[in-house]
Design a protein around this ligand. Structure first.
Ligand SMILES: CC(=O)N[C@H]1[C@@H](OP(=O)(O)O)O[C@H](CO)[C@@H](O)[C@@H]1O
Ligand SMILES: [Mg+2]
Length: 578
């Protein structure tokens, strides 16, 4: 049997000669110029099949390059839990990608299968769900992935079609929980959970200043059509989609999308007259036009990131950005309030219900958000950049909320906590039906089914934001005022070897090169509320510099000074604005 397997592998592999460019499985899988990726995606197909064989469960394979330009593409693997592929397998992924020829590739696979005890070439079956975003290169790359899967005996590829990244992760997770997992089920669950939350809003709040109109920038990506489909099932939310990816609406991720809005702090194309000339802008300044851009949200190309913003009337281009930190803060506030209600004493006093609620951020979180969360009495911890680290940490709580400032994040309800919450709900519905405590539990249950438990998901995040704003009776302006962001600046410095920088303390302290951290400390001390750190990017060949201070000028100068030190130690070209 194993002989037959080796023959098939060798035959398929010889049809996918490695390209010149070498790819590594970084924070977000393999990513790069689409035309160079075919053999790497083929190998990712093999890896996904082996992962499924090893675990005996369904895994996922997604073809996407998220917020990268349309000429790029990428591939990542979803583990049976629906989360990112286990980090233990990343070195194997890299080794496969770097294999110089089919013989080496097969040898690596055989060795790895032996080491990991994978029932390779036997009778065990494997199942891999495939998804891709709307990139034109997606179809051909999906075929390459299928060839990789077909090269492993017993494995079956199931093409789920064009999906957002979080939809595919959701499907993998649900399949392994033996729950309904089609796209129809996804939309149905999100819309009914949203409906449950809205139905639990006290009638008097519904007359508040929250606005049920929302204009969404879908980055000309896969989220455009999906959110249109979802919005047909929603009540009390009117969504207008722009940059939906329709022919003629513009290019994927080009001056549109969550990454652009968060990094540039400008409105995306299609959200202001900045591309239409000043005369038009004067006409546009009438109130009704501005109303359209009062509450806006931006997704990234594969719809796993979400930021909110409103276009400022000052120039019609700048935005008041409500980023991942503020989405996190809104969620934390809401969850905490429900837990407080739940534990409030009343005449029908029920037993205490202790819940460990934890918050996870990265060093990129605005300092003002961390201060706000701590003031709420919440426990905030930091991890290195990359959602796989945040997700892992969040799982240590009963309810863990994590977000990157760029808008990728979610709320996790631990496996041990869910049965407790469900039995609390059953207890309250028989002891104190209709009580505030019971409603609080029902809200938490609705959040647990609305918000994606596998990965950050712009669509489910957006519905939760809208439900909470309506619950609080808040406008986007009120939400934005939760705290005032400290002015910040991000720069990147091109260096000959980014791996020369080694950091510790969740990437906030430089260990190597020696002496650089002392210089950063010296610069930081010059500015009130000055904070700065550097780290090698996991997705680009640069060192990223982050700085914040009490004024924008201070943040800019601090970032510039630190970038110059980096450049002196390691650089080759002057720093560029991000
Ligand atoms: C500052 C920043 O936004 N960094 C992003 C970016 O990682 P870098 O390692 O910084 O290149 O891409 C990652 C994957 O999408 C994302 O998790 C992360 O937050
Ligand atoms: Mg993305």
């Amino acid at each position: 049997m194993e002989e037959k397997q080796l023959k098939i592998l060798l035959q398929s592999a010889s049809r996918f000669q490695p390209g010149k460019k070498k790819f590594l499985y970084g924070t977000a899988g393999f990513r790069g110029e689409a035309s160079m990726l075919e053999s790497t995606v083929f190998k990712a197909g093999i890896m996904a099949a082996l992962r499924s064989l090893k675990t005996g469960l369904v895994v996922g394979l997604m073809i996407t390059a998220s917020h990268n330009p349309v000429s790029d593409n990428g591939v990542k693997i979803a583990d049976p839990s629906g989360g990112m592929m286990t980090q233990d397998w990343e070195p194997f992924a890299d080794a496969l990608a770097l294999a110089p020829d089919p013989d080496h590739l097969v040898e690596l696979i055989v060795q790895f299968a032996k080491k990991e005890n994978i029932p390779f070439g036997g009778t065990q079956s494997a199942e891999i769900l495939l998804g891709r975003d709307t990139r034109p290169s997606g179809e051909a790359l999906l075929e390459a992935a299928k060839k990789g899967i077909d090269a492993i005996i017993g494995s079956v590829a199931v093409d789920m079609g064009i999906l957002t990244t979080p939809q595919l992760h959701w499907m993998v997770r649900r399949r392994n929980m033996e729950m309904k997992a089609s796209e129809f089920d996804y939309f149905a669950l999100l819309s009914t959970s949203y409906r449950s939350l809205v139905d639990l809003i006290p009638a008097k709040t519904l007359t508040g200043t929250s606005d049920v109109k929302l204009t969404v920038d879908a980055a000309n990506g896969v989220g455009g059509e999906k959110i249109k489909e979802l919005s047909k099932l929603l009540t009390r939310l009117e969504i207008e989609v722009r940059n939906s990816g329709k022919e003629g609406e513009g290019a994927l991720n080009e001056k549109v999308g969550a990454d652009y809005v968060q990094k540039e702090k400008f409105a995306p194309l299609g959200f202001g007259p900045h591309d239409a000339g000043t005369r038009l802008w004067i006409r546009y300044l009438n109130a009704s036009y501005m109303m359209t851009f009062e509450k806006c949200a931006s997704l990234d190309g594969d719809a796993d990131r979400l930021v909110y913003f409103r276009v400022l009337p000052t120039d019609g281009r700048s935005v008041d950005l409500v980023d991942g930190d503020k989405i996190l803060s809104l969620f934390a506030l809401f969850i905490k309030e429900q837990l407080t209600i739940l534990n409030k004493e009343n005449e029908n006093e029920s037993s205490e219900f202790p819940v460990k609620l934890g918050i996870v951020q990265t060093a990129y979180a605005n300092g003002a958000s961390t201060e706000y969360l701590k003031q709420l009495g919440l426990d905030v911890v930091f991890t290195p950049t990359g959602v796989k680290y945040l997700h892992e940490k969040a799982l240590e709580n009963d309810i863990g909320i994590y977000f990157e400032a760029n808008g990728h994040g979610t709320i996790l309800f631990s496996e041990a906590f869910m049965p407790r919450l469900e039995s609390k709900s059953a207890e309250l519905s028989s002891v104190t039906p209709g009580s505030e405590q019971q409603k609080a539990v029902l809200r938490l249950l609705a959040v647990s089914t609305l918000i994606n438990q596998a990965v950050g998901d712009a669509l489910s995040g957006l519905l939760l934001v809208e439900a909470i704003l309506q619950y609080l009776g808040w406008s986007i302006e009120r939400w934005s005022e939760l705290y005032r962001d400290l002015p910040s600046r991000q720069l990147k410095v091109s260096v000959t070897d980014r791996n020369a920088v080694v950091t510790t303390n969740a990437e906030t302290t430089v260990v190597k090169p020696l002496g650089l951290q002392e210089l950063i400390n010296y610069e930081m001390a010059k500015y009130p509320k000055g904070r700065s750190f550097i780290r090698p990017s996991g997705t680009e060949d640069v060192i990223r510099v982050y700085a914040e201070a009490s004024t924008q000028e201070g943040a800019d100068r601090l970032a510039q000074a630190v970038a110059q030190h980096v450049d002196c130690f390691l650089g080759m070209i002057p720093p560029v604005k991000q």
